[in-house]
Design a protein around this ligand. Structure first.
Ligand SMILES: O=C(O)CCC(=O)C(=O)O
Length: 286
């Protein structure tokens, strides 16, 4: 199969170094406004479909649901969203920032923070999953300009360096660990990042991050895509939908259905898996 190894978006050495030193970086103008508006419309449509039977007011939702409407793996259920999830430009940036030759999709999701929606508690992503220290990076792609009062993100500089800290239960099923007080962060404070439409903010799997409450009148519409380096093995047996669906056991390479290679790009969209996850929420179920 023909693969393309020329990056559609070449990232400067300075930005790569910034990401590796600080654990997050903003890449400006990854999408032009019209291209992103088309993707945004596709994601809006899929989120609307998946949540059509939920008319609850934000304040009547669970604490977790008040942080955002969460719809995962939209690229598997919407042909119009798939080109965003599997966008070679994004996958190529992920490969450059992680400095790895091959990249797989871990997940995509819409995180729509409603007006009046609460903050997203500070946490690390990678400690949620039984995947050890595989290089992992997340692209945070807002569909509109986002400032702190809209629900912007803040990242703790260099917080990826100590690796895994205590897991934060952002679902609030148990009291979440106050990770911002962890001594391993050496007193570093979260830095708020304003993002303009078309730009993308990237963070590493161990970077501590949070999002502000949405004090605006509009829903904060964000799409995220999480990438892992190819060639790493599952490290723990606790359940996780994408590895369990692909039949990846402990010690086996993380690959298979729903975990497609996206860099280098083949230019062909992957076949959607036959088994889909839950329509909303964190897709805990096997
Ligand atoms: O957008 C948010 O509210 C949280 C996003 C987040 O935690 C993530 O992308 O890892």
């Amino acid at each position: 199969m023909k693969t393309d190894t020329a990056y559609p978006n070449t990232i400067s050495d300075d930005l790569i170094k910034e990401f590796q030193d600080r654990g997050f970086v903003l890449t400006p103008s990854v999408f032009d406004r019209q291209e992103l508006a088309d993707y945004a419309a596709a994601v809006d449509e899929e989120v609307a479909l998946r949540t059509s039977d939920d008319s609850r007011d934000v304040l009547d939702k669970s604490t977790y649901e008040q942080s955002f409407i969460q719809c995962m793996r939209l690229g598997e259920t919407s042909q119009a969203v798939a080109p965003l999830t599997f966008h070679p430009g994004l996958a190529g940036i992920a490969a450059q920032l992680m400095a790895v030759p091959k990249v797989r999709i871990w997940q995509d999701q819409a995180l729509y923070k409603e007006p009046g929606g609460r903050e997203t508690d500070a946490h690390q992503d990678q400690t949620f999953w039984p995947i050890g220290d595989v290089p992992l990076i997340s692209a945070w792609i807002p569909f509109q300009d986002v400032r702190r009062r809209d629900g912007a993100m803040a990242y703790v500089p260099r917080s990826h360096k100590p690796g895994p800290l205590q897991v934060v239960d952002i679902t609030h099923a148990t009291t979440p660990y106050m990770i911002l007080d962890d001594p391993a962060l050496l007193g570093e404070q979260p830095e708020w990042v304003d993002v303009d439409t078309g730009s993308v903010v990237w963070h590493s799997g161990f970077t501590v991050h949070q999002a502000a409450a949405n004090d605006s009148e509009q829903t904060r519409r964000v799409f995220t895509v999480v990438f892992i380096a190819d060639g790493y093995r599952r490290t723990k047996n606790w359940p996780v939908f994408p590895l369990d669906r692909a039949g990846v056991g402990v010690g086996e390479l993380m690959q298979g259905e729903g975990l497609p290679l996206v860099w280098p790009s083949t230019g062909i969209l992957p076949e959607p898996p036959t088994r889909k996850g839950q329509l909303t929420g964190p897709q805990f179920v096997k």
